[in-house]
Write a protein that binds this ligand. Structure first.
Ligand SMILES: N[C@@H](CCC(=O)N[C@@H](CS)C(=O)NCC(=O)O)C(=O)O
Length: 213
């Protein structure tokens, strides 16, 4: 398989796919994209690359795929790695992928972007998003208190999806999970110990967005 990943380094959604491919022992060609310069908002990019105007886009032997949830599931099936072993596990993986896309990733991506990568974020908006995130992280912390991974006894694409935005430096997110969320922190250690694991900015190189914090 030949993979090309359209990404920008701060994109946790891109990290989900980069990490999955890397953990599966697969290479990909990184295609740095000028997200900060607004390229994904142009009509031309939306017509040519992704009608949804989003990063990441994974080219899989020339076919452009978007939305990390279904892409992760397809890769899990292709490589026989990080998928569910039975119907109950597959249901749980989907349940947590939907939760991550709708709640944790959505709030964290927006909060971190406003907090760290914009010049003057609205304090009221930041406070609202922080409250939503505190709740999401509390839910994840409770879930991980008595289990090693999000679903079952092995890591799955649910872990890879959920952990992505929690893997960037605490200076960006404003969350010191090692200090405040011990179960999440221990789970991060288990994922980081998987063979081939790499940190986000190792897998997603290139020019960064300007950071304001
Ligand atoms: N659910 C999508 C989320 C993708 C997404 O929101 N990507 C961000 C960058 S990490 C983006 O392109 N945002 C542009 C926008 O929301 O306008 C996925 O899983 O791929």
């Amino acid at each position: 398989m030949a993979y090309r990943l359209h990404y920008f380094p701060e994109s946790g959604n891109s990290y989900k796919l980069a990490l999955m491919l890397t953990l599966c022992g697969e290479d990909f060609e990184p295609i740095w994209t000028d997200f900060g310069g607004g390229v994904t908002r142009t009509a031309e990019w939306r017509e040519r690359v992704n009608e949804m105007g989003e990063i990441p886009v994974l080219e899989d032997s020339g076919v452009r795929l978007t939305q990390t949830g279904p892409i992760l599931l397809r890769l899990a099936e292709r490589y026989g790695r990080f998928g569910g072993e039975d119907d109950a596990e597959r249901f749980e993986i989907l349940r947590w992928l939907f939760w991550d896309n709708h709640k944790l990733t959505s709030y964290m991506a927006t909060y971190r972007f406003l907090r760290a990568f914009t010049a003057s974020a609205d304090r009221g908006v930041l406070a609202f998003l922080r409250g939503r995130l505190d709740d999401c992280l509390g839910i994840l912390e409770r879930h991980l208190r008595d289990r090693a991974f999000v679903v079952g006894r092995r890591p799955t694409v649910a872990d890879i999806s959920i952990i992505a935005y929690l893997s960037f430096p605490k200076e960006e997110s404003g969350y010191d999970l090692a200090a405040t969320h011990p179960a999440i922190h221990a789970w991060q250690g288990r994922i980081a110990a998987l063979p081939h694991w790499r940190a986000p900015y190792d897998l997603l190189p290139g020019k960064r967005l300007r950071r304001y914090v």
